[in-house]
Design a protein around this ligand. Sequence first.
Ligand SMILES: Nc1ncnc2c1ncn2[C@@H]1O[C@H](COP(=O)(O)OP(=O)(O)OP(=O)(O)O)[C@@H](O)[C@H]1O
Length: 343
Amino acid sequence: MLALESATVRFGKRTALDAVDLEVADHEIVCVLGPSGSGKSTLLRAVAGLQPLDGGRVLLDGQDQGAVPVHRRGVGLMFQDHQLFPHRDVAANVAFGLRMRGVPRAERDDRAGELLDMVGLPGAGRRAVAALSGGEQQRVALARALAPRPKLLMLDEPLGQLDRSLRERLVVELRSLFGRLGTTVLAVTHDQGEAFALADRVVVMRDGRITQTGSPLEVWQRPASAFVARFLGFDNVVEASVGGGAADTVWGKVPVPDGSPEGRCDLLVRPAGVRIGAPDTGLRCTVGVRTFRGHHVTVLLYPDDGPALEAECTLRDTPVEGAVVGVEFDPSETVVLPPADRL
Ligand SMILES: Nc1ncnc2c1ncn2[C@@H]1O[C@H](COP(=O)(O)OP(=O)(O)OP(=O)(O)O)[C@@H](O)[C@H]1O
């Protein structure tokens, strides 16, 4: 349905999109992730027609969109600051795109009512936008973007301003709504949790390029590089050298999964793979800060040498701060990554 072919955008000397190739299939939900400045919004704007390309093409249903203006691309947009019209009521906001398309009044009202039901705001049509909570406004913005039945819905930080618990709830609702409607979605977020909960496929950007793409599970289990691993919030990443089933690291020998490539690498050890035991077994560490995360605890461990290690413990097994412990590593939670200079 959507294809970017070598899409390139430059701002002066800066290349914001660097020959990006990306395909989005019908009914697919794709989330673009990446640090600030990596080109996510530029990608979205280029697809919408808000940002002209300096090279390459954007195709929708096989048609080159180069000469097609924004309002004829058939894409729905929902941006972070959701730009509702504060002086119009909810129904008028939802029906805005339909009015622009000359849809008759009665049909607009019906459709607005239908959409408000769908986004969980039944009967809210006559309410003033200014009197809604942030989460309700977000739902109105979503209803407005969906009203003209866009073939592609694009979301830029759709839940950006809302508090975490509301975001976590809304993201689940969004995924199920898009599934029911069969909406094709391209969304941008800097929040991994949001992307992983929403997407069928995630795309990780770095410096205007796509550095990894895959299902949320694939990317989570096998980040393609130290960059992606760190971006996902994994801090246990060190340079290493693999041979004979183990990696030589600043933390000593760390067992790696069978079949891991040999030679120089970056090594990721997921916190779940850092096993805490008696001080006389494995790597000696001193227990530092502990962060309670509901059903588990993240513990920072300071070895005598090398960077701190993050470990995940059950509440019951959490050692006390200042204790000296021994650490062993679970090979099923380690990932051998290509060394940064070979990417
Ligand atoms: N209108 C513009 N003029 C000049 N430079 C721009 C413009 N828009 C974006 N850029 C630059 O292009 C690069 C990519 O920006 P973009 O907004 O696409 O990143 P992003 O990944 O969406 O970042 P964020 O998460 O902070 O929104 C950045 O270096 C940015 O400074």
